[in-house]
Design a protein around this ligand. Structure first.
Ligand code: ADP
Ligand code: MG
Length: 691
């Protein structure tokens, strides 16, 4: 139930004047299907034109508006351009050029002997001033309609700046003034314009600082407000207070003592689980910090208290690995544990589902996917979700919505989230951090090597496996067919590398990648963890969680293709035992400045949290890494700088508002609802009813 005042903003773009199918298509491509989308489609820059009656060489490179008279046509033979020789008011000569078969079009626009207003970018070629493909040619009478200043938008084929500007203007006319949702003192202190003014100003001048801050703040505020609402609703939900008596945990024999950080996290979780409102906690810990033990401890609390628990992983491989680890650790204890993945079908699946329904299965290990399905438990008391950075906010919301009585929820991630983003991504959760590594770990020796020296690398790999060691060889792509656009054939594909390494090491080499079928993948992974395979060539499917302590050599091919956080994750696959581990970063020949900096950072730093901060900083500098998009933080408008400047304020403001008016029913609360809808965080509105 979107507030009515917003309806004009959510009207279809196609309801604007002058949009035919030819325009609808590019708009759709840019995701500009509603007026709201148009208004939030901010310009990327500005174009300033020089109006002059006599252009000279000093104006070359500028966009000019000139009054020109056509004197002569010159057609070239073959593929050369069609030329109009034109003169300006002071007899300066300028050539207008059209390439292709445009001569009739050009003749019509510039009839001989007549004067026209010509716009375009001034160029010089062999001492001759020229304009190639003028952007606009108008009769004298219409000359004044050419704007001197024009905002530029990121475009797609079939769309011009002028067209888009006109549509946005029309949209702007329909945009209502919205009641203010920003806290009055904050608004006053910053002298920010209203929402509508801010949008209007940004389309005129993309560098308008106050307007930009205002809009970024709005977006952040809507996000934080949504999270606070989820949190408040969660607090009011009834869960099960689970107090284990310790009989299972005490019976557990571990080969090591928990670290201080693990013990602290376990205590925090135990405390949460005893509450009657459900736990909503994030366990953050670098790769290898020992999150699995904390998870196991929590699972056992639930079982001790007579409830069931689920442990969910993002991939089949990880689910299987968790299942095996837990099965070993729980051997001999009266705990029934089962594995369920999307792949299990038929009788086996039936019997597991039955065991879950009648309570004979205590712990279910599975993939995230089983959350989406109808699986009924007798009494699910706790869900642990591993590696949750692949588990989006939307899914979390769904999860919270679905449950009638809410189980405790523990999400775990090895993705070190920069402090500045922590609140935007997980503001609704409590956080435990494993900031201490189990003892005996040595830092992983990290070296950067040019890919040209691959023969040396293969030779040392050979020595490594001759001594009984195992190694990963990670590649950025699966095969040639994934090569699109700028991926040149020089890029190592996993398949190519696999073939190459087989020539040296024969069947000691295995291959695993994301396009393989599940059972195939498992076979290879199992062989690797049993030591039957010495070298595992892989794509990033092994990024999260896989644990093979005997693998102490990690080779990352074309390492510059990976982001910092990802490199860190990959490197974390080794250094799992007490042996010294090595990570070799093979770099390609052409490195951007940022890529170089990234490799230098990863070589010298082993702290995932610091790397995450640096990653954010480097990304803020504008380079788009691999397939990552600018909206990766989940924000369309707020830049990383805006986020660090404004997020703490938006977060406090949202919290205060929810504390004071959890139903968003007072005047400002109603206004804030508009912000939730406008920034598409309205899934959170459903939580108001329970509040
Ligand atoms: P992650 O946090 O990446 O999931 P794991 O739980 O897989 O880390 O643990 C990594 C390795 O460290 C495992 O081999 C595990 O058995 C071991 N480990 C966990 N906790 C401790 C500890 N307190 N002391 C020694 N080794 C530990
Ligand atoms: Mg793990």
């Amino acid at each position: 139930m979107r507030p009515e005042i917003l309806n004009p903003l959510f009207a279809e773009t196609e309801s604007l004047k002058g949009i035919g199918p030819a325009l609808a298509k590019p708009l759709k491509k840019l995701n500009l299907t509603r007026i709201r989308d148009l208004l939030f489609y901010l310009p990327s820059g500005q174009l300033t034109r020089i109006k002059t009656d006599h252009a000279t060489a000093k104006d070359v490179g500028a966009s000019v508006i000139l009054t020109l008279t056509a004197r002569e046509y010159r057609s070239s033979t073959g593929r050369g351009p069609f030329r109009v020789i034109a003169t300006d008011g002071q007899n300066g000569v300028i050539h207008l050029l059209w390439f292709g078969n445009n001569s009739s079009w050009a003749r019509k626009l510039m009839p001989l002997g007549e004067t026209r207003i010509v716009t375009g970018k001034l160029d010089i070629y062999q001492d001759q001033l020229q304009i190639v493909h003028p952007t606009e040619i108008l009769p004298l009478s219409e000359g004044n309609s050419i704007p001197i200043k024009e905002t530029l938008y990121p475009l797609s084929d079939g769309l011009t700046h002028r067209r888009l500007s006109h549509l946005i203007q029309q949209g702007m006319e329909r945009a209502p003034d919205l009641p203010e949702w920003i806290e009055p003192t904050l608004l006053q202190k910053n002298q920010w314009p209203s929402w509508r003014q801010a949008i209007e100003r940004l389309h005129k001048n993309p560098d308008d600082r106050d307007a930009k801050m205002r809009i970024s703040y709005d977006e952040l505020f809507a996000n934080q407000l949504a999270l606070k609402l989820i949190r408040a609703a969660n607090r009011k939900k009834r869960g099960f207070p689970l107090k284990g008596n310790g009989h299972l945990r005490d019976a557990l024999t571990l080969p090591f003592k928990p670290t201080g950080a693990q013990s602290r996290a376990m205590l925090e979780i135990e405390g949460d689980m005893q509450q009657s409102s459900p736990m909503l906690r994030l366990l953050q810990g670098d790769v290898g910090s020992g999150k699995t033990l904390v998870a196991l401890n929590s699972l056992l609390i639930a079982v001790e208290a007579g409830y069931q628990a689920a442990f969910l992983a993002p991939t089949e491989i990880l689910a299987r690995q968790h299942f095996e680890t837990l099965s070993q650790q729980l051997a001999g204890l009266p705990v029934n544990i089962a594995l369920l993945t999307g792949r299990d079908k038929g009788k086996l699946r039936e019997s597991i589902l039955m065991g879950l329904a009648d309570g004979s299965i205590h712990i279910l290990v599975g993939t995230h996917a089983i959350f989406q399905e109808k699986v009924s438990y007798k009494n699910l008391g706790l869900a642990v979700i591993d590696e949750q950075h692949r588990f989006g906010v939307a899914q979390r919301m769904m999860l919270a919505e679905k449950a009638e009585h809410t189980p405790h929820l523990l999400v775990m991630t090895a993705t070190p989230i920069p402090r500045s983003l922590m609140l935007t991504a997980h503001g609704e959760m409590d956080v435990s951090r494993l900031d201490e590594m189990p003892p005996g770990r040595q830092p992983i020796e990290t070296r950067v090597i040019a890919v040209q020296r691959i023969a040396d690398v293969i030779a040392s790999l050979g020595r490594h496996i001759a001594q009984g060691g195992q190694a990963y060889w990670v590649c950025p792509l699966v095969g040639e067919s994934e090569n699109d656009l700028d991926f040149s054939s020089e890029i190592a594909s996993a398949e190519q590398r696999y073939t190459l390494l087989q020539q040296y090491f024969g069947d000691k080499v295995g291959l695993v990648h994301g396009r393989m079928k599940g059972p195939e993948k498992d076979k290879v992974m199992t062989a690797f963890s049993k030591g039957e395979i010495a070298v595992l060539v892989a794509t990033t499917v092994i990024e999260v969680g896989v644990n093979v302590p005997n693998a102490t050599l990690m080779i990352i091919d074309h390492a510059e293709r990976f982001g910092l956080a990802q490199l860190h994750q990959l490197r974390g696959r080794v250094g799992r035992g007490s042996d010294r581990s090595v990570c070799l970063l093979l770099r390609g020949s052409e490195l951007s400045h940022v890529a170089r900096e990234r490799l230098a950072l990863i070589r010298g730093c082993h702290d995932g949290f610091r790397l995450a901060e640096e990653d954010l900083r480097l990304r803020g500098s504008g380079e788009i890494l691999g397939t990552r998009q600018s909206g990766e933080n989940g924000f369309q408008l707020a830049s990383p700088e805006d986020i660090s400047a404004l997020l703490p304020i938006a977060n406090d403001d949202a919290r205060l508002l929810v504390d004071r008016d959890g139903g968003l029913s007072a005047e400002r609360g109603q206004a804030a609802r508009n912000a939730l809808y406008l920034f598409e965080r309205d899934a959170a509105v459903s939580f108001l009813r329970s509040g």
